[in-house]
Design a binder for this molecule. Structure first.
Ligand SMILES: [Zn+2]
Length: 281
């Protein structure tokens, strides 16, 4: 499943390729699951819209659109196309001759002649639009705070006093939007905190360290992802990301890179958590 850094990388890659282009027509597949807005509404918002920018919000890819049809048929209205990749979703920017992959659920034809396609074998991904009324002035919002923009004071306010293990709090999308299992484990390692630690037991200093660690891990992963974006967007999606070397995630039984103690794995709220019993308290 793509995590925040991957989604950021994909959004940047899409922005580079399609910003400024205009959507000419939209084809949607027959499977209803990926469509979170009514198909007719998706078509109405996308067709003839100009793509102003593509960006990441939480783990969503958001296309900001200028739609024709302001007052008296002149000017433009704002709109948004919102994509969530789910487990197996991917976006392709291709020439129209490129063979259509199995499990393609949407094809967006652009004025430049290229196409943006949404492919998703397991159909946990989601397509939606927002448009046309007062809500869109605010635009799409993820439920939690953007982790890379969360100021320290705000971060402390969000986490302080929570009774859940810190690992669960990091994964709670209503607090921070887009931190997944891998980066939660890696952040906790860098902050020297065990995943089971009760959030309420953390000192202010420890929360400061965690705040810095979350941002550092995500930023490093985004910096690495930048080099592999073309693989993901253009190709068939099989090519993996160039990943941050994990220090604990997926390393159960292997020696800690700092102290050589063996990395442990525990299950917290149904998710695997990896930590070093010596470096993390
Ligand atoms: Zn260690």
């Amino acid at each position: 499943m793509p995590e925040l850094p991957e989604v950021e990388t994909i959004a940047r890659g899409l922005h580079k390729r399609v910003a400024g282009d205009t959507i000419q027509s939209v084809w949607l597949g027959e499977k209803p699951e990926p469509l979170k807005s009514p198909p007719s509404e998706i078509v109405a918002v996308l067709e003839r819209s100009r793509i102003m920018q593509v960006r990441r919000i939480g783990k969503h890819i958001v296309f900001d659109l200028d739609r024709p049809g302001g007052r008296h048929g002149r000017g433009t209205l704002p709109g948004q196309w919102i994509v969530h990749l789910g487990m197996t979703g991917r976006m392709q920017v291709t020439e129209p001759e490129t063979e259509i992959a199995r499990h393609t659920h949407a094809i967006i034809k652009l004025a430049s002649g290229r196409e943006v396609r949404f492919v998703d074998p397991r159909r946990f991904g989601r397509l939606a639009v927002a448009s046309g009324n007062a809500e869109v002035a605010e635009g799409f919002r993820a439920p939690g705070d953007e982790p890379l923009e969360s100021a320290l004071e705000r971060f402390i306010e969000l986490f302080r006093g929570r009774k859940t293990p810190i690992k669960s709090a990091l994964l709670n999308q209503k607090l921070l939007s887009g931190v997944g299992n891998i980066y939660a484990d890696e952040s906790l390692f860098r902050a020297g905190l065990r995943p089971r630690r009760r959030t309420a037991s953390l000192t202010k200093d420890q929360l400061c360290k965690l705040h810095a660690a979350v941002q550092e891990v995500l930023r490093e992963a985004i910096a690495l992802g930048g080099s592999s974006v073309s693989d993901y967007v253009d190709a068939d999606g099989e090519a993996g990301f160039f990943q941050l070397q994990h220090r604990v995630y997926g390393r159960e039984g292997e020696p800690c890179l700092v102290c050589r103690r063996l990395i442990k794995r525990v299950v917290i709220a149904g998710r695997s958590s990896h930590y070093c019993p010596k470096c993390q308290k």
